[in-house]
Design a protein around this ligand. Sequence first.
Ligand SMILES: C[S@@+](CC[C@H](N)C(=O)[O-])C[C@H]1O[C@@H](n2cnc3c(N)ncnc32)[C@H](O)[C@@H]1O
Length: 412
Amino acid sequence: MSSVPAREQLRQRAEYTYKFNAKTGRHGWLRLTPAYSLKIVEELVIGHANAQRVLDPFCGTGTTALCAAYHGHEAVTTDINPFLVWLARAKIARYSPTSIEATRHACRQALDLVADRAVKPVSAPPIFNIERWWSAEALEFLRLLRAAIEHVTQPVTAARNLLLVAFCRTLIEQSNAAFNHQSMSFKGNEEPALLFPIDRGAVFEADVRFVLSGASENPVSAASVVLADSRALRPGLSGPFDLVITSPPYANRMSYIRELRPYMYWLGFLQNGRDAGELDWAAIGGTWGIATSRLTDWERPDKHFRSAHLTDVLRGIAHADNKNGVLLAKYVAKYFDDMWAHFCELPELLASGAELHYIVGNSTFYGTLVSTERLYAEMLSELGFSRIECRPVRKRNSNKQLVEFDVVAQWK
Ligand SMILES: C[S@@+](CC[C@H](N)C(=O)[O-])C[C@H]1O[C@@H](n2cnc3c(N)ncnc32)[C@H](O)[C@@H]1O
């Protein structure tokens, strides 16, 4: 089923959501999809050419489903974040030449409206300290452009979706956000002043061109993207799947909502900080805003995943010489309880002989190593999976202890 030409077409759409930063040498805009993850997923998909149905229960920006669909497999992917579900659907959809042309036309119309200021700008999104994100000029342009896109396209059309994907690229390119470490930060004041004004319309036009060139090469198969909680998949999904490839959240306190906030506010998926915190609390591994105070009050339920190794890990973190030790031990406990709830969903969705690949990294908290891969392996073994292996994939950074693994298992 796999074919080499699919590679280039696939890469273009995968790159909708990341952009190479020549200065830092890293891939940014959506921190969920580093370039290497596409490579790993691609190798796995190509290596399982006979798989009929592929599942990714942690969709993110849709890398697995996109890859599977370009290589001719039926794919289903789920995520708890409605923005990511929208984005992945837009990335994976098949576009006709007519809709590509309509988008090109709508882009020109929108930019004319912006140039003539012939549309009422949308209100600035309620992002805290918005002036840190965008200069007054950039903000004004984005408000006009956002209104113009709405004016020249109908809701839920290919043209609206494609222009909004391009808008997401443009809004981050025009922001002061830098991607030079784990999460977003703001550029310092050392940025040189510009000699010439930026042609913001040209930036958007280039983004639309980029998005359309990917959209014109369609995946071979269809994929569906479902808004669902991976801890309760069975009501919405029907099996059987014979291949699962996924990269779940890591136990590292990274908040996807925090990283995605600019897009989510601009596109109307978030209205305020409280909603952001609620969504982070609902997601596995979230600890941002209200999620942290919820965690303070959270107690481990009586029925939870039991593991001597996890008990040692939690004790080590809770007794660390740090005032946050107890809170972070709760964080780690909740993370593994949530992942256990997720793994318990799988057996009924899998075909006999189905293979799982969970790409996940370990972490450390106050000197205690959390061997996520080992705990996944314990959980899968308890559920009756066989041929379980934790294959190291890559080192994460200069800390020798931090490694990414492919946790592999087979359903009986
Ligand atoms: C590491 S990211 C996935 C990255 C993905 N491979 C990609 O291509 O971008 C983990 C994803 O899990 C999602 N997630 C967290 N908790 C979830 C839950 N309970 N149910 C479904 N998805 C969840 C997050 O929203 C995030 O998109």
